[in-house]
Design a binder for this molecule. Sequence first.
Ligand code: ATP
Ligand code: MG
Length: 274
Amino acid sequence: MDSVRIIVCYMSNILTHLSPYLPMGAHQKAGQIDYGEIETVKTLIEFENVTKEYKIGEVPIKALNGVDFSINEGEFVVVLGASGAGKSTILNILGGMDTATSGKVTVGGKDITGFNEKELTGYRAEKVGFVFQFYNLIPNLNAVENVEFAAEVCKNHLDANEILTKVGLKNRMKNFPSQLSGGEQQRVAIARAVAKNPLLLLCDEPTGALDYVTGKSVLKLLQDLNTETKKCIVLVTHNSAIAPMADKVITVKSGKIESVTVNEHKQSVEGIEW
Ligand SMILES: Nc1ncnc2c1ncn2[C@@H]1O[C@H](COP(=O)(O)OP(=O)(O)OP(=O)(O)O)[C@@H](O)[C@H]1O
Ligand SMILES: [Mg+2]
């Protein structure tokens, strides 16, 4: 009997020591708190002390002056700031279209500031979808050809017809850009970026050339895409009114980060007026 008691005592000692490493329930006693599933938040993008200097003639322009921020997987981020603040410079460095003068930019654990030209080209083609203010569609390709043209170079690209249907252009597939309204052209541009199935969707003033209602519907499309696909979207704008639609708002002023705000309760763009 004594030897049984010694074994039980010994086992219980081992369990106490191992408890942090055992699965839930193995060591839990009645009355202990069950924390349930704890969501792990993964950092996708990190800017560390990033600077960008342009030299035009003798006068250097400091477009970015020590920028630090991080973005998590699946986040919808709005980058806010006045004209000339450095918003596009941040987006272009993040998208591999420009390079930092100093500092470090990490995307998905990879230091993209260490990429050579070939790696940067691959990164831009495979991992990043861009949406610009003026759509940048190829005029002599129709909507579906514009989407296919961009997506075909990507290994895991999605079906152009499906994506165009998703953005509400099922009946406009064969239209050329000149036969589409501004809002429709921007939808093609979004479809083109999404069809690549990229890691990041980067949008620089995507509603800058659109009227209020059309602009709002484009923002709604981007918000829905973020909710459905959980793809990280970084949207640059000078319109502070749309900040509540973001998970995170990064405000830029004169090449520096003025503030980073996390919206605990982000709003649907339909409920925002400006
Ligand atoms: N290629 C370049 N050569 C020289 N200076 C540049 C270049 N690109 C940007 N700049 C300068 O860097 C600063 C930041 O420019 P950036 O385009 O990032 O601003 P922005 O916040 O996007 O402004 P906007 O809202 O007007 O688009 C500005 O002073 C701009 O003049
Ligand atoms: Mg800009």
